[in-house]
Write a protein that binds this ligand. Sequence first.
Ligand code: HEC
Ligand code: HEC
Length: 338
Amino acid sequence: MRQYILFVLFFFVLFSFSFLKKKEFVFIENIPWPKPIHNYTQTPNYEAKFQLGRSLFYDPLLSADSTISCSSCHLSFTGFAHVDHSLSHGINGQIGNRNAPALINLAWSPSFHWDGMFSSLESQSLNPIESPIEMNMPISKLEKTLNLKNNYKTMFYNAFGDSVIDKEKILNSLAVFVSALVSKNSKYDKVMRKDKGVSFTDQENRGYKIFQIACASCHQEPLFTNHSFKRNGLLVDSALNDLGRYNVTNNPKDSLLFKVPTLRNIQYTFPYMHDGRFMRLKEVIKHYSNLSFKNIELSKELRKMKALGEHEQKDLLSFLYTLSDKEFLFDKRFQFQR
Ligand code: HEC
Ligand code: HEC
């Protein structure tokens, strides 16, 4: 009998493993998450690369006049979004044409920027460095600048076993840092993994149900994005005239589609949308609450969206607040260090 049970158990375990492998799930504290796409944790000297990437992220030396760092537009306390700025501000007070998105769980993102222009974190980070309206620093000049700094020579040596600083190493270490910005300790996560003493209030529960019906098809759990490009009913901003995904594909079908952003820490990442048109989360919910009046083309997931009453809007808001992760927002590891 015992042998029989062991035999069954053995095949059960074998079966579960093969199932997991097929589905490409990894477990973060017992909750299945998809496998990260940009995973650097196994690279040699990971910790040294992470620390180097963090130093570069916070260093204004990366800009032409040493005034702008990545963190000027991506602030840790606001989920690495550019709080209060609808459009980002770069070098010499120049204003960009899009809202700086939060940098959260990007290791899982197949593409970057609102239109998905970049598919790797390395190629992405070259863009703000060289952009004339962001940091305006030709990468060859940055290589020269950093090669004159002894502290950086040491850090690059520790990270790459070579103190010659070049473009690939700079971009790679920035990618290692950005990919480490993982948020997975919100109240939502604690409820999902059944942490002791944590549960949704009645209102949050009602909000969660509304969310699952109305929002989760695009803002898919647990990352709160399905990483696709969609149209969510915003009227075109005639000043910016941003065609979104079309800029990348030149396919008319992609006109006005934008990347579905994560909703993690959404309480803190205002203003919202690719052009930062909404200052408050309430306004976003209002926008979704009466889409039918807007008479605008919508992605199919939203075509049947029912109007939400005032109470339902409040319930939904209270659920969205459960996605705030203070441990992430105030994590010292992600902040500037001397
Ligand atoms: C002047 C403000 C500014 C600076 C400086 C800046 N960024 Fe950004 N960042 C933005 C904006 C705006 C976007 C969105 C661009 C778009 O969609 O066209 C963005 C997008 C990103 C994204 C893609 C996020 C996503 O969800 O698609 C990453 C990653 C990123 N920035 C990292 C960095 C790094 C690393 C640096 C420093 C090397 C940096 N940024 C410097 C404003 C800035
Ligand atoms: C059809 C897919 C789709 C559905 C369904 C959907 N959204 Fe969105 N959502 C998007 C897209 C795309 C954007 C970005 C649009 C842009 O900036 O042009 C967005 C942006 C947002 C933002 C702003 C995020 C930021 O960082 O700026 C919030 C908040 C949001 N959605 C909440 C919701 C809520 C709440 C629901 C349910 C009522 C919902 N969404 C349903 C596609 C969707």
